[in-house]
Write a protein that binds this ligand. Structure first.
Ligand code: UFG
Length: 328
């Protein structure tokens, strides 16, 4: 019998890669997506159920129809800057919708839950290397909303036996090496796709957001993790829950930090093209340094990142960028 997994946000960047990874190991990913930020061409690896997470009746229908063995919850608004300007939008779309989803899952008896959280829940901790035990002190509404959902999962675990694997992502980058799916946001705000746009002339230049941070070259440092490696960890998280193991939190990063200027230099090397640059102001809500110090996913889940080099992530993103899919 097919094992269905309900993938919220399955039409988005990370969700679509997760659907491909699930399909590859024999699960049937059922995408639940409202298409507020996702796109239809990305739903390639299993059935689609269009719907809003705030719509409890629709969720009940979908749980009854597919009887999923687990939920993978990716759907969220995820722009730090926007969350600073319009926090209500983030608390409503992320927190209230997740509550509706969790209640629907519990009511349907679907008690295995894999959640997409973020290192933005840590806030700015003066360059401290972050792991699962680091205190969470978000400095933007996006990070705050994700931390609240983590709390919710723990409470429903205690009261209703919901078991969760929470993944706190560092900076997800790259794309499917076969370029079936890739990174695409409307509007685009992420460093690597914006830089590739500047390289191939779709945008006039990349603006560097702040060069007066307390880092060696003055620009922000991030830990980039390949999306295909990231979703591999999700499959391991799902199997962890299926094996009856307890709720856990895992950071997903490579443990190596790169400044914005280092990412630019690496992109020049990978594409062999120039990157037109403008120097800009700091972006509100940005932490100076976010780098994972965790090896827990490797030691506990058996996660083995295969595309951990920044050059590989940029090369995969560049292939997708040039593939024409981007136009759709
Ligand atoms: N940056 C620029 N210019 C740009 C875009 C980004 O200099 O045009 C800089 C940012 O200031 C930051 C770095 O590049 O220092 C990376 O920025 P991204 O926007 O690509 O990603 P973030 O570091 O902001 O990532 C955060 C959270 C993630 C979350 C993501 C979603 O850490 O957990 O936002 O937008 F998923």
């Amino acid at each position: 019998m097919d094992k269905h997994v309900l993938v919220t946000g399955g039409a988005g960047y990370i969700g679509s890669h997760a659907c491909k990874a699930l399909r590859a190991v024999g699960y049937v990913p059922v995408t639940y997506d409202s298409f507020v930020t996702g796109w239809r061409d990305a739903v390639k690896f299993g059935p689609l159920e269009e719907g809003d997470l705030a719509d409890r009746a629709r969720l009940d229908e979908v749980f009854a129809r597919w009887q999923p063995v687990a939920v993978m919850h990716f759907a969220a608004l995820s722009l730090v800057g926007e969350s600073m300007k319009d926090p209500g939008k983030y608390w409503r779309a992320n927190v209230l919708s997740s509550l509706t989803l969790i209640e629907a899952a519990v009511a349907a008896g679907c008690l295995d839950f894999v959640f997409s959280s973020t290192c933005a829940t840590y806030g700015d901790q003066d360059g401290v290397v972050l792991d699962e035990t680091t205190r969470q002190m978000p400095i933007n509404a996006y990070g705050g909303s994700k931390r609240a959902i983590e709390d919710m999962l723990r409470d429903f675990g205690a009261s209703h036996g919901l078991r969760s694997v929470i993944f706190r992502y560092f900076n997800v980058a790259g794309g499917d090496p076969e370029a079936e799916v890739g990174e695409f946001h409307r509007p685009e705000t992420h460093l690597i796709p914006l830089m590739l746009d500047a390289i191939d002339g779709r945008r006039p230049a990349l603006t560097v957001f702040g060069s007066d941070y307390a880092t060696p070259d003055g620009t922000c440092i991030r830990d980039y993790v390949h999306v295909s490696d990231l979703v591999d960890a999700h499959v391991l998280g799902l199997k962890w829950l299926e094996a009856g193991k307890p709720s856990e939190v895992f950071c997903l990063g490579t443990g190596k930090g790169f400044s914005v200027r280092e990412v630019i230099a690496q992109s020049r090397a990978v594409t062999n093209r120039d990157v037109p640059i403008l120097e800009g102001e700091r972006r509100p809500g940005d932490a100076a340094v976010l780098v994972s110090g965790s090896t827990k996913a490797v030691s506990t889940l058996g996660w083995t990142p295969k595309r951990a080099e920044l050059a590989t992530m940029i090369a995969d993103a560049w292939r997708w960028h040039q593939s024409g899919h981007y136009e759709k």
